[in-house]
Design a protein around this ligand. Structure first.
Ligand code: S3P
Length: 186
């Protein structure tokens, strides 16, 4: 595999900009942009909210794992991962075995602003979404901070964040390909 073909996985909390940034980065890399939520919805033929309601969260988490395991191409993909995907035990290592992992980070205030009024996310489609978001954020923040290279998205122009993520991909993809070659020859 060429370093320039190594997949890029964007992880991070809801509302950190994975979709917007993922599209822009994919365009620059000449990669395909895919979103784990959209792919799961397409495969299942129903929205995430319905999967949660009828099959439950554990079933959705298993679908996320399947998608990462063998549900997408191994090269030239920018994958925007649903916010809880990397929180599951073992998922970070799985992502890192497949490509470069970048974790987008934003303040809770930014996240509250970006997610307000959106009813498509079942975890925060509750009576007091702000309370729920704050709880989830507090419970997960430490995990995100350990998930790949962390990039702050608060108050920065999109073009600057794109450049930052492209630099990380360029730098880390070389090491990724070398590590793969070492593993093959071990
Ligand atoms: C979730 C985040 C959502 C989606 C699902 C659960 C989470 O993705 O996968 O509603 O557990 O944080 P986004 O981060 O794209 O909103």
């Amino acid at each position: 595999m060429q370093p320039s073909d190594v997949n890029l996985y964007l992880v991070g909390f809801m509302g950190t900009g994975k979709t917007t940034l993922g599209r822009a980065v994919a365009l620059r890399l000449g990669f395909r942009w895919i979103d784990s939520d959209h792919e799961i919805e397409r495969q299942q033929g129903k929205p995430i909210s319905e999967i949660f309601a009828t099959q439950g969260e554990p079933a959705f988490r298993a679908m996320e794992r399947d998608f990462i395991d063998h549900g997408h191409p191994a090269e030239k993909q920018v994958v925007a991962c649903g916010g809880g995907l990397v929180v599951q035990p073992g998922m970070l290592a799985l992502l890192q075995s497949k490509g470069i992992v970048v974790c987008l980070h934003a303040s809770i205030e930014t996240i509250l602003r970006r997610t307000s009024g959106n009813r498509t996310r079942p975890l925060i489609d509750v009576e007091d979404p702000e309370k729920r978001l704050r709880e989830l954020y507090a419970a997960r923040e430490a995990i995100y901070r350990r998930s790949g290279t962390v990039v702050l998205t608060d108050g920065r122009p999109l073009a600057e964040i794109v450049q930052h993520v492209l630099r990380i991909h360029r730098r880390e993809a070389h090491e990724f390909v070398r590590a793969q070659a070492r593993a093959r020859h071990a």
